[in-house]
Design a protein around this ligand. Structure first.
Ligand code: SAH
Length: 251
């Protein structure tokens, strides 16, 4: 008997930023599979089996979840933010494409969540109000040359840029290299935001400029936003500034 696989985005961290659909399928699942830090965010339920793993080998995790579903279990595979943004939904489909043809018949549902860029943007105003893009700075899955080429193309297209995975212990230099490249392409006054652990008790938001941006202020839980030439800053007395990108193109 075939089971079910839900690929669930848990949102950025706060329980009330998780979609009701995500909460419903987590309550219905017989098994929860995922990176340990994300599995911990799922309230334990009697009789539910939890399969927490390390951060590596995502394809093995996807195959494990598919195998459980094929054996008749109702599996929730969890990701942070949205399940399809630099997360497990594409890994599962990669496993389906290359794996057992029976997996193509599985009942798979992708449950969306609020991605870090939306949670971060909402804290500081509306920086994504005009055209924007998202780029992962991780060069584990793509060469750095491709990252640099895409940053350059994004700047020349006038996009606001949301940078995911800005750095980690194993990738300490990438954000500094990205800032160096961006400083050669954009004015020093371009707004830059470090939004860390948004919607969790450890949330920290810093609004600065490209000129002053210090890569040491980011960690694995930080989303970095780079404004475009159109992004505006509204200073306010005794409150952080608002940043927004006007919807009307000035050009
Ligand atoms: N699927 C996730 C992204 C996973 S990649 C999503 O849609 O949000 C992991 C990266 O997401 C982190 O390195 C960080 O850049 C970002 N991120 C995830 N949660 C975050 C949060 N609460 N606050 C800020 N950035 C976050």
């Amino acid at each position: 008997m075939m089971g079910k696989l839900w690929i669930v985005g848990l949102g950025p961290g706060a329980a009330d930023l998780q979609a009701p659909r995500a909460s419903a399928v987590l309550a219905a699942a017989s098994d929860v599979v995922g990176y340990a830090a994300y599995v911990e965010r799922v309230p334990p339920r009697c009789g539910q089996v939890r399969h927490a793993s390390g951060n590596g080998d995502e394809l093995a995790r996807a195959r494990h979840a598919l195998g459980l579903a094929a054996a008749g279990r109702c599996v929730a595979l969890v990701s942070s933010g949205d399940a399809g943004v630099f997360a497990m939904a594409s890994t599962v489909l990669e496993a389906v494409e290359s794996g057992d043809t029976a997996w193509r018949l599985l009942d798979i549902e992708i449950v969306p969540g609020i991605s870090a860029m939306f949670a971060a943007a909402a804290r500081i105003g509306a920086p994504l109000g005009h055209d924007f893009c998202a780029i992962s700075l991780s060069d584990n899955l793509k060469p750095w040359d491709v990252v640099a080429q895409r940053l350059t193309a994004a700047v020349s297209a006038g996009f606001v840029i949301a940078l995911y995975n800005p750095l980690s212990r194993a990738r300490p230099w990438q954000l500094g290299a990205a800032f160096d490249l961006l400083r050669s392409l954009l004015p020093g006054a371009t707004p830059v935001v470090f939004a860390a652990a948004v919607s969790t008790p450890g949330e920290k938001i810093e609004i600065t400029t490209l000129e002053a941006a210090d890569p040491r202020h980011a960690d694995m839980s930080t989303l970095v936003l780079i404004g475009s030439a159109a992004t505006r800053r509204i200073d306010r007395p005794d409150a952080p500034p608002w940043l927004y990108s006007p919807r009307r193109c000035a050009a």
